[in-house]
Each structure stands twice: as C-alpha cells, then as structure tokens.
Design a protein around this ligand. Structure first.
Ligand code: HEC
Length: 126
C-alpha cells in the first residue's frame, strides 16, 4: 500500500470518527438546549414580576379586601404588628391558619418587595 493510500484510509477513519462524534455531540447539545429552554420557561413563569397591587389583588384581596377585614383581619395595624420588613415577609411566606403560604415560585423576591411596599402604603380613609 502506498503511503498515500494509507494516509487516505487513516484520514477517512478520522473524519468518520469526527462525524460520529459530531452527531453524538449535537444530540447532547440538543438535549442540553431543551433542558435550558424548559428551565427558562419555568423561571419566567415564576418571575412574572407583577407589581404590588397586582399581587395583592391576585393573592390577598379576597380575604383582606382593599386591606379591610373579611375572612382575614384588617391590615390597618400591620405596620404596628410587623415594623420590620423581614418579619412581614417571613409571615407572608409562611402563611397563618387559613392564610395560605406564598413560596418563592408563587411570589418571587422582587415581587415580595413590591407587595410589601404596596402593603406599607395602603390607605384607610374612612
Ligand atoms: C384565605 C384567606 C387569606 C388570604 C388569601 C390571605 N390572608 Fe392574610 N390573613 C388571613 C387570616 C385568617 C389572618 C389571621 C391569621 C391568624 O390569626 O393566624 C391573616 C393575617 C394577615 C396578616 C397579619 C395582620 C396583622 O396585623 O396581624 C397580614 C399582614 C396578612 N394577613 C397579609 C396577607 C397578604 C399580604 C396576603 C396575600 C399574599 C394575604 N394575607 C392573604 C387570611 C388570608
């Protein structure tokens, strides 16, 4: 066998290997891409970044209509009971009795800040 011939054979094996490897790699890349897509979809679903008012109406208003008593108590004294934001956030996250907990996939950190800001500015003109 001439050197050329050997070289050609070696070269074709080599390119076949690269080709196969490429296929396996691209399958793997596709899989990684799909996982990434589904992760970012999930992250988006959890990070709607609603403002405080939207969150309040979605998750709180049924029991505290406009901050007033219904199934839950009035929120008029909330800043007396929870002078500290961290305390208030922990309370909202955990829930209490029939008041449901609000984990991070329901209200993300940014939204929690928005909600607390909204709660602190509720007005109770009579
Ligand atoms: C299913 C009804 C319900 C929902 C929904 C609800 N709450 Fe409540 N909430 C209650 C009840 C009942 C209490 C009193 C709990 C207790 O005494 O253990 C309460 C208490 C509170 C308190 C304490 C008030 C105080 O001054 O001591 C705060 C603050 C509060 N809720 C905020 C919220 C926020 C913010 C949301 C929305 C994320 C919310 N609640 C959703 C029923 C509800």
């Amino acid at each position: 066998m001439s050197f050329r011939r050997v070289f050609a054979v070696v070269l074709s094996f080599f390119s076949l290997a690269v080709l196969l490897d490429g296929c396996v790699m691209s399958e793997e890349m596709k899989r990684i891409e799909l996982v990434k897509q589904s992760q970012s979809r999930r992250a988006e679903a959890g990070s709607t970044n609603l403002n405080g008012e939207q969150l309040f109406f979605r998750s709180c208003n049924t029991c505290h209509p406009s901050g007033r008593a219904n199934l839950g108590p009035s929120l008029e004294s909330l800043s007396e009971h929870f002078p500290d934001d961290a305390q208030l956030k922990a309370y909202i996250r955990k829930g209490s009795g029939i008041m449901p907990p609000q984990p991070k996939d329901a209200i993300n950190e940014q939204e929690m800040d928005n909600l607390v800001d909204y709660l602190r500015h509720l007005t109770f003109d009579k």
